[in-house]
Design a protein around this ligand. Structure first.
Ligand code: COA
Length: 329
């Protein structure tokens, strides 16, 4: 197997048409536009319809990315979907997406590491290409989190939205991948999880009535962890790439809370024009948030050839990660 460089040759994203605004939430929950805006930076979130599953969102984003790259689905060697809201507990959503794209008999698998999914996925996909195992990979972050949110819990119902972002990675003489820093701490899964429905706690009537099929989060604890890990992972990834904050052209963080992003950016001395924020439009879309932000940035011309980008995320696990990437047009 011959190693090579890797670059992203196509990006795409999709969010369902239906939108829930803060004003809509005011009507069904004890909350306010003012509270949500000042505490999170969120204004709107897109919501999948009852018949729209994660693979449906993934498919639209995937087609856009393939189109952008000028690559036929049959020429993709491996399909990866990062998601915590798969169509089914199994089979993997990536298998469904590959088949819907008409690509038969190709490698396909999901990555389930919550909001860190795209960062882990990018590390795995880039490594598979750089080591020569595959020439072209389609990596998608896709979520329908509103389907696992308790609409009566104001602490979480306001935060999450649905969407998908996709990238095509291809072998290249240039190498965009500069470094990766991944981490996890599974000692307190209860800080952020869906408790029931797995092999630890069956979704029996008691747990169902207690709402354990929905996302539960200790918001304040996760907030502190998020700021620390965003900073730490970014610094370590830069260090591994032998770079400093000063070399960074763009920070593309997971969109969980504008205050988390601002606190990390301030510590990292990143001016706001170098930090990508679209949380007002989408809320937290977990594994989809970074590829959606990247796709918007590339399509609007905000990403230039040679730009050094750090993608950084954190989430359930707990988990975190950052990738340093030199953009190649
Ligand atoms: N509207 C109005 N009030 C709300 C509310 C809402 N939607 N949600 C919570 N509150 C109330 C609380 O009940 C609490 O009231 P009290 O002081 O009377 O007890 C008060 O607001 C403050 O709650 P707190 O949880 O301390 O708020 P916060 O400033 O920490 O913001 C989060 C809450 C969830 C926005 C914030 O903790 C957060 O973003 N955490 C990290 C989330 C995250 O990153 N998750 C995803 C990881 S991928």
């Amino acid at each position: 197997m011959n190693g090579s460089g890797v670059k992203i040759t196509g990006v795409g994203h999709y969010a369902p048409e239906k939108v829930i605004t803060n004003a809509d939430l005011e009507k069904i929950l004890d909350t306010s536009d003012e509270w949500i805006t000042t505490r999170t930076g969120m204004k709107r979130r897109h919501v999948a319809g009852i018949d729209e599953a994660t693979s449906d969102l993934a498919l639209v984003a995937a087609r856009a990315a393939l189109d952008d790259a000028g690559v036929d689905p049959h020429d993709i060697d491996c399909f990866i979907v990062a998601t915590v809201t798969p169509d089914f507990p199994f089979p993997a959503t990536a298998c469904i997406v590959a088949s819907k794209l008409g690509a038969e008999n190709k490698a396909a698998f999901d990555i389930e590491i919550a909001c860190s999914g795209f960062i882990y996925g990018l590390t795995v996909a880039a490594s598979l290409v750089r080591s020569g195992v595959y020439k072209r990979i389609l990596l998608i972050g896709a979520e329908t989190l509103t389907k696992i949110v308790n609409r009566k819990d104001r602490a979480t119902a306001i935060l999450f939205g649905d969407g998908a972002g996709a990238v095509v990675l291809e072998a290249s003489a240039q190498d965009s991948f500069l470094s990766s820093e991944l981490g996890s701490d599974g000692s307190k899964p209860e800080l952020l999880r869906v408790a029931a429905g797995g092999s630890r706690y069956a979704l029996d009537p008691l747990r169902y009535d207690a709402g354990e099929q929905y996302i539960y989060m200790e918001g304040r604890e996760v907030f502190k962890f998020a700021v620390t890990k965003m900073i730490d992972a970014t610094e370590r990834a830069l260090e591994k790439a032998r770079l400093t904050h000063a070399d960074l052209d763009l920070l593309i963080p997971h969109q969980a809370n504008k205050r988390i992003i601002d606190a990390a950016a301030k510590y990292l001395e990143m001016p706001s024009d170098k930090v990508l924020v679209n949380i007002h439009e989408y809320g937290n879309t977990s594994a989809a948030s970074i590829p959606i932000a990247l796709s918007e940035a590339v399509r609007s011309g905000r990403v230039k050839n040679g730009d050094v980008i750090v993608f950084v995320g954190f989430g359930g696990g707990l988990s975190w990660g950052a990738v340093t990437w030199k953009w190649a047009a």
